[in-house]
Design a protein around this ligand. Structure first.
Ligand SMILES: NC(=O)c1ccc[n+]([C@@H]2O[C@H](COP(=O)([O-])OP(=O)(O)OC[C@H]3O[C@@H](n4cnc5c(N)ncnc54)[C@H](O)[C@@H]3O)[C@@H](O)[C@H]2O)c1
Length: 257
């Protein structure tokens, strides 16, 4: 079920947002929703073509966005992207740590090279970006919002995704700790845990695997990328005045823990 991106205002108008991994899937949906509600969005990704498409979609709908190449596994890139947001928009108010990557494979077949790549993107990425953004929020003395994309895999595990699940569990712990440390600076940090969502990340899965997962979901379907995006935008908005350190699943009831 797609949500009309121009429906209800949510308190992000005029805010400057940076979204990682915004050239595809959920990151693109978040960027479009933020921009449709009046935020200015720095679309970042390692996929320059996908990033340009996201910017084009936003600008052609009357929104404000630009692209900056950023590999979240590099702390240097993370710092440069936060600087780029401040240079482009004059400040940064919102960081969405969305970039993610995985290969589904039994743990006994993984090699250390894969572990390093998965950890670099899914765990070190949010660490790099959050540190750079929090320094900016404190220097600006404005406070700020961080929303992390975890996964239900980080709450209950997921077959063939041992290291990815470990990273996503780490993102939950990171969220809670940064929420505690950030509160004194008016920085709120929350986490959205999508269930299976219809994006290029799952398009590569065997249809039998998708069917088996969907059968276990009480609502019996995958999410549309706009559905987790809606919650991300609420948590990033001025409407979120008192939530921090929280983890919320958008998974059709697959997990209820
Ligand atoms: N789709 C799902 O079923 C699902 C479920 C749970 C959680 N998630 C999480 O949601 C987030 C978005 O996933 P998606 O389904 O939209 O995936 P996607 O593959 O459609 O998009 C991910 C984006 O991240 C980018 N990316 C990959 N490595 C990067 C790096 N090193 N630096 C910067 N960008 C990089 C990719 O280029 C891509 O544009 C991820 O964190 C993912 O783990 C997705």
């Amino acid at each position: 079920m797609a949500i009309d991106p121009s429906s209800s205002p949510m308190g992000v108008e005029g805010r400057a947002a940076l979204v990682t991994g915004a050239g595809s899937g959920i990151g693109r949906a978040i960027s479009r929703r933020l921009a449709a509600l009046g935020a200015r969005v720095l679309v970042t990704d390692i996929n320059d073509e996908g990033g340009a498409e996201t910017v084009q979609a936003i600008v052609s709908a009357g929104g404000v966005a630009s692209f900056h190449h950023c590999d979240v596994s590099s702390y240097t890139d993370a710092q440069a992207s936060i600087r780029a947001a401040r240079d482009t928009f004059g400040s940064i108010d919102i960081l969405v740590n969305n970039a993610g990557w995985d290969v589904i494979q039994p743990f006994l077949q993984n090699d250390p090279e894969l572990w390093d790549k998965v950890i670099g993107i899914n765990l070190k990425g949010p660490i790099h970006m959050s540190r750079a953004a929090m320094e900016a929020f404190v220097e600006q003395d404005t406070g700020g919002k961080i929303v992390n994309l975890s996964s239900d895999a980080g709450r209950v595990g997921s077959l063939g995704e041992a290291v990815y699940s470990a990273c996503k569990g780490g993102v939950i712990a990171l969220t809670k700790t940064l929420a505690r440390e950030g509160a004194r600076y008016k920085i709120q940090v929350n986490c959205v845990a999508p269930g299976i969502t219809d994006t290029p990340l799952v398009a590569g899965l065997d249809q039998k695997v998708i069917d088996a997962i969907v059968k276990a979901i009480p609502m019996r379907r995958m999410a549309d990328p706009d559905e987790p995006a809606e919650l991300v935008v609420f948590l990033a908005s001025d409407s979120n005045t008192y939530m921090t350190g929280q983890v919320i699943s958008v998974s059709g009831g697959l997990t209820m823990s």
